[in-house]
Ligand binder design. Structure first.
Ligand code: NAD
Length: 326
């Protein structure tokens, strides 16, 4: 793709990964519009350092009229869709909003992008669409076997996009990142949740025996990978975006406690999440080899930065944490 000043619409740009991506785009002098409903998980504070350098629309991606009027006015050429309900535990309590935003919302964006002939539709999916795997890794052609309502909603969107690529020659790319972590993550997710618990003087909840394994990618590396795929990826392609850094949840929490000079006895093992996936692991050779992308930050350094960032932004974390459903 050329290096011209294409206008990029980022949905969910006030969220954790979306905002890291918006900050990156703006620092690379791209023209950016952010579309975000500002749910409990959205917060424009994440974009404070680039304030005034992007256009913002508060809108729901399921609201076809609102999104169409933004498309008419702004004429974006590329859309990157981060907007989603993202927390597995919430999807287990109530799948409604997950199907609405993650599937119906994606349908709205697809149809409008088709109607207004956008050049590229980059969809942020997840490694969770594949289900879990005890040994080996998932590659881009592995079957989709989602196990939580969240993962099922994300897999449904991927299938819908696949059908648009095949039926209409629609210019979409699907990206499936592994677990992201880093600054500004909403503190219902494992790493900021553990840090927040310590800051509040509470014990840190860990599901079952904590042996579940996730692959961890620092959020700014993730944003860089997404931009690389947007610029160099093949239209119609699917790209896993992993780090090759797998850790058990218990190891992650122990490292956090160590960095925060807290005893391991603060860990509180709690009843397992129903249907809890045991391990995710991505084969990311495609993005590594075809596109030459590599994450820059190892997990130890990334976790150091994240803990330090949380300590510096304690007030934000405590405030955001007030809305967490127990
Ligand atoms: P997040 O929950 O931090 O942010 C989601 C953003 O989407 C919020 O700003 C929210 O206000 C917005 N949003 C929600 N519903 C909306 C709607 N109907 N219309 C418009 N905006 C809406 O999520 P995140 O962790 O930044 O994840 C971003 C994307 O990456 C998601 O699609 C998620 O499935 C995917 N993903 C996340 C991870 C991870 O580890 N965080 C890993 C793999 C994939």
């Amino acid at each position: 793709m050329g290096k011209g000043k294409l206008k990029i619409a980022v949905t969910g740009g006030a969220g954790f990964i979306g905002s890291a991506f918006v900050r990156l785009l703006i620092n690379r002098n791209k023209k950016v519009i952010v579309i975000d409903k500002l749910t409990y998980a959205g917060d424009l504070a994440r974009l404070k350092e680039v304030e005034g350098r992007y256009k913002f629309y508060q809108a729901d991606i399921c609201d076809e009229t609102a999104i169409e009027s933004i498309f008419k006015k702004e004429k974006p050429e590329i859309i990157v869709n981060f907007a989603a309900e993202t927390h597995v535990d919430r999807s287990i309590l109530d799948a409604g909003a997950f199907l609405q935003t993650n599937v119906i919302g994606t349908r709205v964006l697809l149809d409008l992008s088709k109607k207004y002939r956008l050049k590229r539709f980059v969809h942020i999916s997840t490694d969770e669409v594949y289900g879990d795997i005890k040994k080996g890794k998932f590659h881009e052609n592995s079957p989709l076997k989602p196990n939580s309502p969240y993962a099922a909603s994300k897999a449904s969107a991927d299938l819908l996009i696949r059908s648009y690529i095949r039926t209409y020659g629609f210019p979409a790319i699907i990206i499936r990142p592994c677990n992201n972590y880093g600054p500004w993550q909403y503190p219902e997710k494992l790493i900021p949740l553990a840090i927040l618990a310590v800051l509040k003087g509470e014990r840190v909840p860990v599901y079952a025996d904590g042996k579940n394994i996730r692959e961890w990618l620092y959020v700014e590396d993730s944003a860089g990978g997404i931009l690389k795929i947007l610029e160099k990826g093949k239209i119609g392609g699917i790209y896993n975006l992993g780090s090759r850094q797998e850790m058990q949840n218990i190891e992650v929490v122990k490292s956090i406690l160590k960095k925060m000079k807290q005893p391991g006895s603060l860990i509180k093992f709690v009843k397992d999440r129903p249907g809890h996936d045991f391990r995710y692991s991505l084969d990311s050779r495609k993005v590594f080899k075809e596109l030459g992308w590599r994450p820059k930050l190892g997990f130890t350094a990334g976790l150091d930065f994240t803990v330090e960032w949380c300590l510096r932004h304690k007030d934000w974390l405590l405030d955001a944490g007030k809305e967490i459903k127990k």
